[in-house]
Design a protein around this ligand. Structure first.
Ligand code: URA
Length: 209
């Protein structure tokens, strides 16, 4: 699959397995999600631009390389995407953060935007959109289309889990957007849940069920 990065590092897979278990508590689910998000950020940011800066070590002057964290924007698709942010910010504390809220219109079944707040000057920034589950792909496709209106330098999409249906939807609409995921599960069920999956990510993060 083009432009899909499966992060199959043993630590990522181990933590994902613990999260899938139905008896994982809200507390441990959230903690594991934080840790996973941190580990995934390492891979997702592998190619971010760097610049050289002069520095002084205790012994001499040299040149070091740094990223410009402020140019990175993590955009959470509400509400479950928020559960990923802390883990990402732990390793890129200077990143900017945006939020996009979408709900599904019961008549048209199409996503409708109810909240949108992102930093200014998006044309100078690299965007990483986050949502734990890329399932039908409807929200992700709409979120990417909305962000594209602001012409950022680049867009990536990060999820914990996806399935062939979600990947197909994203790649049909946005073949230029790389998808980073810890697993590609078997399929969607009739209610739009990923199988075997991990259930409702929002409910499991926030303990709302
Ligand atoms: N959203 C979830 O939270 N879980 C799924 O399996 C699919 C979409």
């Amino acid at each position: 699959m083009n432009n899909v990065h499966l992060i199959d590092h043993p630590l990522v897979q181990h933590k994902l397995t613990l999260m899938r278990r139905k008896d994982a508590s809200t507390n441990s689910f959230r903690r594991l999600l934080n840790e996973l998000a941190t580990l995934m950020t390492y891979e997702v940011t592998r190619d971010v631009p760097m610049q050289e800066v002069p520095i002084e070590t205790p012994l001499e002057t040299t040149t070091g390389r740094v990223i410009d964290g402020k140019k990175l924007v993590f955009i959470s698709i509400l509400r479950a995407g928020t559960g990923i942010l802390d883990g990402m910010l732990a390793v890129v504390p200077g990143a900017r953060v945006g939020h996009i809220g979408l709900y599904r219109d019961p008549q048209t079944l199409q996503p409708v935007e109810y909240y949108f707040k992102v930093p200014g000057h998006m044309e100078d920034r690299d965007v990483i959109i986050v949502d734990p589950m890329l399932a039908t792909g409807n929200s992700a496709v709409a979120a990417v289309a909305r962000i594209k209106q602001l012409h950022p330098r680049s867009i990536k999409f990060v999820c914990l889990l996806t399935c062939p249906e979600g990947i197909r939807a994203m790649q049909t609409a946005h073949p230029d957007v790389a998808i980073y995921t810890a697993a590609i599960d078997r399929q969607l069920n009739d209610h739009g849940y990923i199988l075997p999956g991990l259930g409702d990510a929002g409910d499991r993060i926030f303990g709302t069920k």
